[in-house]
Design a protein around this ligand. Structure first.
Ligand code: BGC
Length: 407
């Protein structure tokens, strides 16, 4: 944008000089200096007035039940990719990416209006916090004090509770970053919200990059020691939303171990090798090829609903997973700094939810790959810690990268 403006400024300067040239003789260095000065002034002016935000479009997307107005932001890149994100729940409402023939399609499940999201408990496309995934019996002890959280999943706490981050209104600021069109979302979660200690100040930046990625940068600070684990909950179907199940998608997860769970989906604490189990995705394997095997873990999850222990160094941005859809050739890589990733194979979709374009969302019509810390970490001292100390900053990055394959 700024470069573009500079180009126009240069044109104006050149034209002006050519008309005054006869009366005044300007030296080349002087012309250059004037151009540079005008360019800096224009760039400064454009950043002050927000003119640099042109690649993000903002529109109204209805109201919440309590009457707050909801905004929808459309981020696009030069390759035609488009992400529509609302300030309600930080929800990715649609994500259009090309197939191997350049045909764009929406690859995330969701609803035509904001109401659809408010009336489902399935976290479609949303930002999840303060603690993504489950905390056993909805309780944990920190610094000798026991904290009791909202119970909303059997006897457990799931995805931040009843009024988690998936349904708050975030303060939204669209901007053009050097990497691409971006949307900053901020939210101050008050001390005690859903039972968590500390005022937690959260900032999420979504960027639709020039390299066909949806990049999500998470950061948070607190004024009291607390726990935090943030994720994003898009339901993906790389064939296009509503276009059948995802059982033939090939998946590779860079993980030699996973965290087995009990019947309530709380990790037992063991880090189990995937070798010889239906949890081995170390080489590309169709999601559905072993999903119906007689396996206790698959029964507990009603399919895949488990956390994998990602290989590599926690905190380093590394490839966690690759998914390929054979008919369209769409490929999605997931990169993250997080220690774990949850594969959820849409086990609780049953056709009762009618999604975008009137599509009923049936069993396994989508998969989620939620980058995260391991579930129930606040009660598992051997798991990587999710404690955020007062004054410290929590910072993680996850990237969903899109490309295509010939086969
Ligand atoms: C959980 C599932 C849950 C789903 C809801 C997933 O992250 O692991 O158990 O049913 O979210 O959308």
């Amino acid at each position: 944008m700024a470069l573009n403006l500079c180009y126009h400024v240069r044109l104006v300067v050149v034209r002006t000089f050519s008309t005054v040239e006869h009366s005044m003789r300007w030296s080349r260095p002087r012309k250059l200096l004037v151009t540079l000065l005008l360019c800096s002034a224009t760039t400064f002016f454009s950043s002050m007035t927000g003119m640099g935000q042109a690649t993000v479009k903002k529109e109204n997307f209805g109201k919440t039940a309590s009457g707050q107005s909801i905004d929808l932001f459309t981020l696009t890149n030069a390759h035609g990719l488009e992400a529509r994100i609302m300030n309600y729940g930080g929800i990715v409402v649609s994500l259009r990416v090309p197939d191997r023939n350049g045909h764009l399609d929406d690859i995330v499940l969701g609803f035509d209006s904001a109401d659809g999201y408010a009336t489902t408990s399935k976290y479609f496309g949303a930002l999840i916090g303060r603690y993504a995934n489950r905390i056993g019996k909805g309780a944990f002890t920190l610094n000798g004090l026991e904290y009791k959280l909202a119970i909303n999943n059997g006897e457990n706490h799931l995805h931040g509770g009843i009024n988690g981050f998936h349904q708050v209104i975030w303060h939204a600021r669209p901007f053009d970053s050097p990497a691409g069109a971006a949307l900053e979302l901020t939210y101050l979660s008050p001390d005690g919200e859903e039972g968590y200690p500390g005022n937690l100040s959260v900032k999420i930046v979504y960027t639709l990059t020039k390299n066909n990625e949806l990049k999500i940068e998470y950061s948070a600070t607190t004024d009291k020691d607390t726990v935090v684990n943030l994720t994003h909950h898009s339901y993906f179907n790389l064939a296009g939303q509503g276009r059948g199940d995802i059982l033939k998608h090939d998946l590779m997860i860079n993980a030699a171990r996973f965290t087995p769970v009990d019947a309530g989906s709380i990790p037992t604490g063991e880090l189990r090798s995937v070798k010889g189990t239906p949890f081995d995705f170390t080489s590309p394997t169709a999601i559905g090829s072993r999903i119906d095997q007689d396996d206790e873990q698959l029964k507990f999850g009603h399919g895949y609903d488990h956390n994998w222990v990602l290989d590599g160094k926690i905190g380093a941005l590394r490839k966690a997973a690759t998914v390929r859809e054979p008919t369209t050739g769409r490929v999605m890589e997931v990169w993250t700094t997080e220690p774990g990733i949850q594969l959820y194979s849409g086990n609780f979709l049953n056709g009762s939810k009618i999604g975008k374009d009137g599509k009923p969302y049936q069993l396994h019509y989508a998969f989620c790959l939620e980058t995260q810390h391991y579930p129930d970490s606040p009660n598992k001292p051997d798991f990587p810690t999710t404690t955020l100390k007062a004054g410290a900053r929590h910072r993680t990055t996850t990237i969903y990268r899109f490309s295509t394959s010939k086969n």
